[in-house]
Design a protein around this ligand. Structure first.
Ligand code: SF4
Ligand code: SF4
Length: 367
């Protein structure tokens, strides 16, 4: 069986965290064409596992079509202060793809007129975009019901210029959603880098200090858990209870909800799967856990994802695979929600990550 390893070399000494993106290391997996070859070939091409399109067709769910738009997700750039092992963006300090002010202006025009109730800013570390604060101030004026910023926490402690981010977020009533793979130092640092856990804890305490995550507080602070290896997440409610207990007891930290997210087999997680010789077993586990009920609520059915350069995608994962929307409208400058809503969603085998078990989206489980 071809496990995808034969034609490119493995990239890292797995005893050490990589400090550069796949792109900066000129790895073949930085190319989306190579990722797509792997996802479409091997065990799927041989028929050992079914293609996602055939799987959803079994329950008459093909083609996948959008429901009313609820979430506008905007990726303001791939630069990040971290280089997490499982990053599906392949983000890092070396990534130069940053949304310009001109594209942000085009996004603002859309934000002011969209029917979506949620605006979701992501990256990289979105705060590293030099126009981030201006963009947040302008977007907050549009009065979108739920304004999310995906903050990696450590950015708040990375440099003095970011220390006041908790107050800034609070002023604009931003909803913070942050990754914390585990409530123990060892598991978090293994996935996200040495020292990440301690900085994340400090950042969470700073967010609590201004009211984020406190019981009854309107300043929402949610955490995201993703597995630290080639396995599916456990029960979201049970994980949330464990996180709440441990973070309260050990660090007096409060937060609102925990979202459990499945790692999708793209970019650095795909690299990790191949290098650890887990790719085929992981894909088989995802297919095995396929839940047809999760298909109706996968993220792409109520979301439009905007790339740093303004191109439009069905979701953040399709963005990272370069799969632009199948529509006459493909760029934010031409945005027309009515036209975009009439499209087929593009899918591939990575989509099994969204339909395994209780399903997975940027808002956690879906079924
Ligand atoms: S997972 Fe998030 S914090 Fe980690 S490198 Fe990727 S974008 Fe940065
Ligand atoms: S990966 Fe994207 S397109 Fe595929 S099911 Fe998930 S949200 Fe939809």
């Amino acid at each position: 069986m071809n496990d995808g390893r034969d034609s490119f070399h493995l990239l890292t000494n797995r005893n050490t965290m990589a400090t550069k993106s796949l792109k900066a290391r000129h790895e073949q997996l930085a190319e989306v064409t190579r990722q797509m070859e792997i996802l479409n070939g091997g065990i799927f091409e041989s028929g050992e596992l079914p293609y996602f399109r055939d799987k959803i067709a079994e329950t008459n769910q093909a083609p996948l079509r959008p429901k009313p738009l609820e979430i506008l997700q905007i990726n303001v750039g791939y630069m990040c202060n971290q280089v997490c092992e499982h990053c599906h963006v392949d983000a890092g300090p070396d990534r130069k793809e940053i949304m310009t002010r001109e594209t942000m202006e085009q996004c603002l025009e859309v934000i002011r007129n969209t029917g979506a109730h949620t605006l979701d800013l992501t990256g990289g570390a979105p705060e590293m975009n030099p126009n981030f604060r201006w963009f947040v101030e302008e977007a907050a004026k549009a009065g979108i019901k739920d304004f999310i910023v995906r903050s990696n926490l450590t950015i708040i402690r990375a440099n003095k210029k970011y220390y006041d981010l908790p107050e800034f977020f609070a002023r604009h009533n931003v909803h913070i959603v942050s990754s914390l793979p585990h409530y123990t130092r060892g598991k978090t640092d293994k996935q996200r880098g040495d020292g990440v856990f301690d900085k994340s804890i400090k950042a969470l305490q700073e967010l609590n200090r201004v009211g984020y995550g406190m019981p009854g507080s309107p300043l929402k602070l949610d955490l995201v858990y993703n597995p630290s290896g080639a396995f599916l997440p456990g029960d979201q409610a049970a994980l949330e209870a464990d996180f709440k207990k441990a973070l309260k007891e050990d660090f007096n930290i409060e937060f609102h909800q925990l979202f459990a997210i499945t790692n999708l087999p793209i970019a650095r997680f795909l690299d990790y799967l191949i290098a650890s010789e887990n790719y085929e077993d992981y894909m088989a586990a995802l297919v095995d856990a396929y839940n047809p009920e999760a298909v109706q609520n996968v993220m792409c059915t109520n979301t439009i994802s905007v790339g740093w350069d303004g191109w439009l995608y069905d979701c953040d994962f399709n963005q990272m695979l370069g799969m632009k929307v199948d529509s006459k409208i493909r760029h934010i400058k031409d945005y027309r929600e009515d036209v975009l809503q009439d499209r087929n969603i593009l899918i591939s085998q990575h989509c099994y990550g969204c339909t395994a078990g209780a399903g997975s989206s940027c808002q956690g489980t879906v079924a």
